[in-house]
Design a binder for this molecule. Structure first.
Ligand code: NI
Length: 427
């Protein structure tokens, strides 16, 4: 079954103005419980503790990625380009809409704490016993598996994968614009309309017309700025560390057979890493935050204090270092233990890194990770060969090490700490 809606539906959107829905399948997918759950998961996790506007949800981002994909395809079709496989239109739209379906509450912290991967969960939800799978099967019995293949990036036609996942894809364009809008920062405001007009289907891939190079440079610069100003903001990292510690402590206690006063399903299954798809879908930020609230009254003092810190936003302070080695970390931990601090929980080391754009050397295999420019003679060139700006930001790797610690606890024992350590932590 593949039908258009009798009348187009629209969602008002602060970033794209309107999101247009024309297909019955897309409308039905949006109305499944699995997709509606994304309203209860914030797009930027704990960033709202740094940028108070960042309360937007994965629901709005997913609609945005769908809308950008829809605009790209409709531009391809309007312009009559050859090389766009029309039969894949609905597949690309569904993959765009559903690409983040498997995100959990405070995704990055929970994934690290329990060694999970949201992409795996997305695929499980797509092919599992879910309403999303039921809707997708209305297209054809193997359609859920095809959408999962696009998400896993192993679908047979790279052009479909390119739209949803490549250095210049609908996902990245939406999150840059949306995250900039909701955090209120001045970076990330890319000229999306211009970039979209410059995209071309060519030899089974999405490429950029050479005259769009400056718009792409601007986009990569924005991405670079957003990483350092928003995504890797040290205060946000501090709140993520606290979250990971809460999960770690709760898991430890559960493994020791500790009797929680409050432990709703599916948290025991999460700690044991044995969740069915149905159980996984019960996880949202409301549930996790309710648990934190209840755990402030737990008998375990450490868990209670970590939860209170998170809820009351008493985050760890940090110092920045150019370099740290494991020997130094060991020294710090043993100094902490000697003065009665918790060597495991009162010191965390964080080392964020990101490259805005990975440049591929010419002899490397092309894996869809490069941005290709198309010149008037139909030659393709990788953007960093042409653009000085892209070349120079590609090498930027501004990762500095951060040490996080509860400042007031260190203040309390500062006279017992070796002086150089007290100085390092500014107490
Ligand atoms: Ni996304």
């Amino acid at each position: 079954m593949y039908r258009s809606l009798r009348e187009e539906k629209v969602f008002k959107d602060p970033v794209h103005n309107y999101v247009h829905v024309q297909d019955e399948i897309i409308w039905a997918l949006i109305n499944t419980p699995e997709f509606q759950r994304l309203r209860r998961i914030r797009q930027l996790g704990t960033s709202y503790l740094t940028f108070h506007g960042a309360e937007h949800s994965r629901f709005s981002h997913s609609l945005g990625v769908y809308e950008i994909t829809r605009r790209i395809i409709s531009q391809f079709e309007r312009s009559g380009y050859s090389g766009w496989p029309h039969e894949e239109r609905l597949l690309a739209l569904c993959a765009a809409l559903l690409h983040d379906l498997g995100h959990g509450p405070f995704s990055h912290s929970i994934e690290e704490a329990f060694d999970m991967n949201h992409e795996d969960w997305t695929c499980k939800i797509l092919v599992g016993d879910t309403q999303v799978a039921e809707v997708l099967r209305r297209v054809s019995s193997d359609f859920p598996e095809k959408v999962a293949a696009v998400i896993r990036k192993d679908y047979e036609k790279p052009i479909v994968v390119n739209l949803v996942s490549s250095p210049l894809d609908a996902d990245r364009m939406d999150y840059l614009l949306r995250d900039a809008y909701f955090t209120g920062v001045n970076y990330g405001t890319i000229d999306m309309d211009r970039i979209l007009r410059m995209l071309r289907p060519f030899q089974g891939r999405v490429v950029v017309k050479e005259s769009g190079m400056h718009a792409v440079e601007d986009y990569l610069m924005s991405r670079y700025q957003m990483y350092w100003q928003v995504y890797f903001h040290p205060v946000t990292r501090s709140s993520e560390i606290l979250l990971r510690q809460i999960f770690r402590r709760a898991k430890e206690l559960h493994q020791q057979g500790y009797g929680f006063r409050f432990l709703p399903d599916p948290l025991p299954g999460l700690f044991e890493r044995e969740l069915t798809v149905t159980e996984y879908l019960l996880l949202d930020e409301a549930l996790v935050q309710t648990a934190f609230m209840q755990w402030t009254n737990e008998e375990d003092e450490l868990l209670g204090s970590l939860c209170a810190r998170f809820l009351d936003r008493r985050l760890y302070k940090y110092v920045e270092l150019d370099h740290i080695d494991m020997e130094m970390v060991d020294q710090l931990r043993s100094a902490f233990a000697q003065v009665g601090l918790n060597a495991e929980y009162d010191l965390e080391i964080d080392f964020p890194t990101d490259l805005p754009y990975d440049v591929f050397r010419p002899d490397d295999e092309l894996k869809g990770k490069e941005i290709l420019l198309l010149d008037r003679q139909d030659n393709l060139r990788e953007i960093s060969e042409v653009s000085d700006i892209v070349r120079s930001i590609s090498g930027l790797h501004r990762g500095r090490c951060h040490l996080y610690y509860p400042k007031e606890k260190l203040e309390a024992v500062k006279d017992q700490l070796p002086q150089h350590i007290a100085q390092l932590f500014e107490v």
